[in-house]
Design a protein around this ligand. Structure first.
Ligand code: 2HG
Ligand code: ZN
Length: 455
């Protein structure tokens, strides 16, 4: 039997091979990265996931695990001939115990948060893509988002997990004892491994008490430098949940996209602060800016303000196919690093517009580059732009991927960031988990470099 026949014989699993049906699984949603052709397997149980992995291992065919396919570094874009293993069908949510709930890998973050909210809790992971992004994808990529400052990245939210190993065996650490200091941390190793070590099928997710009230403040600083200079004061705001920033031009772009006027001037740089508490907690910002540069909203109204940050990715996508660089530098270097990045982009091409926004508290800047004429930036120019920007970031002691991971898009930069010894150690870790190299090959690590001879 050929592989698709073997996959079709698996109980609780549907299989797609038709080009139209697989189209949404082989390209990333920005349209920049396209892979395949590929078969898509959609198991609904852990047993079926294991059977799919075993069938692929027997056939020597690579497996690319995929959640909501909202990643931005082509980590779930399959190489030709691979099987995309979509985990979206594993969407059950269990009961809360010990402050955590076991959720199937395919549960969306929005559904997890609704489940939590109904119990006065929060999952603590806030992504603009939460309607599609899944718990399994968040675990596999150690997702961050807006509230990292309060709740940490996905790593801090994960108390346990279950995963299928590359030979089909099941590793079950869903409910490790709350205090358990035995041996290597296998759960921790899988978090952020981008589907290259095992297939995460369930995640035990910590839930925290939900904020009492949420207030959003938008502050329209006259310049990015002024915004960065205010960080020490802003970090002291009582109940701070999130501290984000967006260039005025990025806010104006969202306003245009939504056909909704921006409530503050867009000449400089906006900062968005979300607070766990009522409006009066916002008083502390009165000394920073005049009243006509501050907007405050609470309850459901806050989403009307927050959308000028949260919907930036969508507004950018509406204008063309962006080159996305997700960089971070120490907060004290943010102002000069941002200026150097803008200069580098302008020096590389006058035809490219940088759209700058991100997570101010962590020194994280999403550099989205758009062709001014619309459409896509030619790949050669994209490579040059990536080079000039990421070199600047490294010179400031920053990171070439603060939040989105390495995937396939940033693989060439892993060695520059982490050095050859650490990459060689990562390779040995990969080989230990996945000796045949069939799990998401080409993500994180170069599939050709450092492979052990097979005999
Ligand atoms: C965000 O912070 C996401 O909104 C997406 O990480 C960033 O589109 C991007 O570059
Ligand atoms: Zn982000």
């Amino acid at each position: 039997m050929d592989l698709s026949g073997a996959l079709r014989a698996i109980a609780d699993c549907s299989v797609l091979t038709d080009a139209d049906a697989v189209a949404g699984y082989v390209a990333d949603w920005t349209g920049r990265w396209r892979g395949g052709p590929a078969i898509v397997a959609r198991p609904r149980t852990v047993e079926a996931v294991s059977a799919v992995v075993r069938a692929c291992a027997a056939a020597g065919v690579p497996v690319v695990p995929q959640g909501g396919n909202t990643g931005l570094v082509a980590g779930a874009v399959p190489p030709a001939g691979a099987v995309v293993l979509s985990l979206r069908g594993l969407d059950a949510i269990g009961e809360v115990s010990d402050g955590a709930v076991v959720a199937g890998a395919g549960v969306t973050l929005a559904n997890l948060e609704s489940f939590a909210a109904a119990r006065g809790l929060t999952c603590g992971l806030s992504l603009a893509s939460g309607e599609s992004a899944t718990v399994g994808g968040a675990a596999a990529t150690n997702a961050g988002g807006a509230e990292v400052l309060r709740y940490g990245t996905a790593r801090a939210r994960i108390a346990g997990l279950r995963a299928v190993l590359p030979d089909g065996a099941v590793l079950d650490r869903r409910r490790p004892p709350p205090k358990d200091n035995t041996g290597y941390d296998l759960v921790g190793q899988l978090v952020g491994s981008e589907g290259t070590l095992a297939v995460i099928t369930d995640v035990t997710w910590r839930l925290d008490p939900a904020p009492r009230a949420r207030t959003v403040l938008a502050l329209a600083f006259p310049s990015p430098d002024a915004a960065v200079a205010a960080v020490p004061v802003l970090r002291g705001l009582p109940g701070l949940l999130a501290l984000e920033w967006s260039d005025g031009a990025a806010v104006a772009r969202v306003a245009g996209h939504l056909d909704a006027p921006a409530p503050l001037p867009t000449d400089g740089c906006w900062v968005f602060a979300e607070l766990d508490g009522p409006l009066d907690a916002a008083g502390a910002v009165d000394d920073l800016l005049p009243d006509d540069r501050i907007a405050v909203a609470e309850g459901e109204d806050r989403l009307r303000l927050w959308r000028f940050r949260a919907r930036t990715t969508e507004a950018v996508a509406a204008a063309g196919v962006p080159v996305k660089l997700d960089v971070g530098v120490p907060v004290e270097s943010l102002a000069p690093a941002r200026a150097a990045i803008v200069d580098a982009v302008a020096g590389a091409s006058p035809d490219v517009e940088p759209v700058l926004f991100g997570h101010l508290a962590e020194g994280n800047l999403h550099v989205n580059l758009l062709a001014r004429a619309g459409g896509r930036i030619p790949e050669q120019l994209a490579d040059r732009l990536e080079g000039v920007v990421l070199e600047r970031v490294l010179a400031f002691g920053g990171t070439v991927s603060a939040e989105h991971g390495i995937g396939r898009a940033k693989r060439a930069w892993l060695g520059r960031q982490r050095g050859p010894e650490q990459v060689a150690l990562m390779r040995r870790i990969k080989d230990a988990w996945d000796p045949a190299g069939l799990l998401n090959p080409g993500a994180v690590l170069d599939p050709e470099v450092g492979r052990r001879p097979s005999s």
